[in-house]
Design a protein around this ligand. Structure first.
Ligand SMILES: O=C(O)CCC(=O)C(=O)O
Length: 292
């Protein structure tokens, strides 16, 4: 199975070296409109009961409205989160045959929203292996002036795998802390709608505040290599706790279905349990300092 994916060998090499890459023209303008509207409706449905103003929210909540596992509850979002071009690209960048979805999440940085505190993603996930990648899908052009991402190039190869408490703390200090090894953060000038920015689960990253008057609308999908195992620690996470996968066991269930190879016409059936990520899950997001 080979969907049209514009990932050249040069982009694969760039990802391997830098730990992130912007893949051009992965989605059409029609898809961006369609899926942008679908995710807007899903975010509105999840968030409309929260009537707090931005300044009444926590620092973390001011950095984005976060809506997880939309693919489960919103059938119109499912074709985006399981889009074959996205998932095939993720597999190609990781150099693996098959990927599963870990979870998707909308990250809508509201007008006036704060920066995203610097962190790595992988320590939030109890996955032993590190073949993980996030597809960051903007529904309009994103620049450093409206919440653009910044990455520490090559940091996925630094050997850092450390929990940054961005839920109640400030995350890593990229300028002065040890984690970035003095390498400057790189902020892409523009990620146009239709392009998708991929970053490795170990890449140190952050995002600018959004001083613009419009919400920065982004959907993300996290993929991991099929055959990965639950890490041998007590770190909780609904993606493995819900299906009862224990430390050391292979992560394979209908909560994290195969995303590639999978025909576009074969969308997964979501698990029957109510999706707890709508309202939170005991112990998650983690609130205390821990290392994976
Ligand atoms: O979009 C953002 O502000 C941050 C995104 C992020 O941290 C991620 O996708 O891992």
């Amino acid at each position: 199975m080979s969907p049209r994916t514009p990932v050249s060998d040069a982009l694969v090499k760039e990802f391997a070296e830098r730990g992130f890459v912007i893949v051009p023209e992965l989605l059409t303008a029609a898809e961006i409109t369609l899926f942008g509207n679908s995710v807007d409706r899903a975010v509105h449905s999840r968030m409309s009961s929260d009537t707090r103003s931005l300044d009444q929210k926590t620092r973390y909540e001011q950095s984005f409205q976060q809506c997880l596992n939309l693919w489960e509850d919103f059938p119109e979002v499912r074709p985006l989160s399981f889009h074959p071009r996205l998932a095939a690209t993720a597999a190609r960048l990781l150099g693996v045959e098959r990927v599963r979805i870990w979870h998707d999440q909308a990250l809508y940085k509201e007008a006036g929203g704060q920066s995203t505190a610097a962190h790595q993603d992988q320590p939030y996930w109890p996955i032993q292996e590190t073949d993980t990648v996030t597809a960051w899908i903007p529904f309009e052009d994103v620049t450093p002036a409206n919440g653009g991402m910044g990455y520490v190039p090559g940091s996925h190869r630094f050997g850092v795998r450390k929990f940054a408490n961005i839920f109640t703390g400030d995350g890593f200090d990229l300028a002065h802390g040890a984690e970035a090894r003095g390498v400057a953060v790189y902020f892409p000038e523009r990620v146009p709608a239709g392009c998708v920015a991929f970053h490795h689960g170990l890449t140190l990253h952050t995002a600018r505040p959004n001083p613009s008057e419009r919400t920065r609308r982004v959907h993300t999908v996290i993929y991991f290599a099929d055959g990965s195992h639950r890490a041998r620690n007590e770190f909780p996470h609904p993606c493995v706790d819900r299906p009862g996968i224990r430390p050391g066991e292979r992560i394979a269930s209908d909560h994290t279905p195969i995303a590639w190879p999978r025909p576009a016409t074969d969308l997964p059936v979501p698990p029957p349990l109510p999706n707890p990520l709508r309202r939170g899950w005991p112990g998650w997001p983690p609130r205390t300092e821990a290392s994976s």
